[in-house]
Design a protein around this ligand. Structure first.
Ligand code: MTE
Ligand code: MO
Length: 199
């Protein structure tokens, strides 16, 4: 078999460099959800972090908005193979929310209004890798995309970015979420193309 050299195909363009294996770029913003869109008024909205000892930290909407916000610009990668580059968000880093939470746990089960769940290692939510976002492209986050607030953890496939996020449960044992229980990969790194269990 002849070996086709890299030069034969030419250099990868800058946007291809941003594309994980098996993905294509889209400029639209598809809406994907496993169920109906929950409508959560900000008056009723709460976010809770519960540690393995049962200690709870809860933020209501004014409390979330009082925290220092960041404006991350990130690429999104959906397991259905679309990627969207340079999306602009506003939100609070998980580092800020977790600052006062004492835990030895390594696993997090994230759950949403409407019942969706997904699991993420705690280390993947820290060190500037994840946010609770409430604005997209300069506007309040639309309900279809998870408003009033969603998790954004862009270095993993987008199913880990729980829309309508409500609760983070810190756990000593890992507990698969909705898609992870349905045969998707437990971790979901787009650069290692971890789409399904066993990838
Ligand atoms: N609560 C909730 N969050 C969710 C989902 C869902 O069904 N429910 N779908 C996930 C999947 S599979 C993807 S690809 C993204 C889609 O986000 P978008 O609709 O803003 O593009 O949300 C993720 N977060
Ligand atoms: Mo997805």
């Amino acid at each position: 078999m002849p070996i086709i050299s890299r030069g034969f195909h030419g250099r990868r363009s800058p946007s291809q460099e941003k594309l994980p294996p098996g993905q294509y770029e889209t400029t639209g913003f598809p809406v994907l959800a496993a169920g109906p869109t929950p409508r959560v008024p900000t008056d009723d909205w709460e976010l809770t972090v519960v540690s393995e000892s049962g200690t709870q930290h809860t933020w209501d909407w004014p409390a979330l908005n009082a925290l220092p916000a960041e404006s991350p610009t990130v690429d999104l990668h959906c397991v259905t193979k679309w990627s969207k580059f340079n999306t602009q968000w506003q939100g609070v880093s998980l580092d800020v929310l977790m600052a006062d939470v004492r835990t030895e746990a390594e696993h997090v089960l994230v759950s949403s209004y409407g019942g969706y769940t997904t699991n993420v290692p705690l280390t993947d939510l820290l060190d500037g890798q994840a946010w609770i976002v409430f604005a997209y492209d300069g506007h309040p986050l639309a309900p279809e995309h998870g408003g009033p607030a969603r998790l954004l953890v862009p270095h993993l496939y987008l199913w880990k970015s729980a829309k309508w996020v409500r609760r983070f449960e810190l756990r000593e044992t890992d507990e698969p979420g909705f898609w992870e229980s349905a045969g998707y990969h437990n971790y979901g790194d787009p650069w290692r193309e971890q789409r399904y269990r066993g990838d």
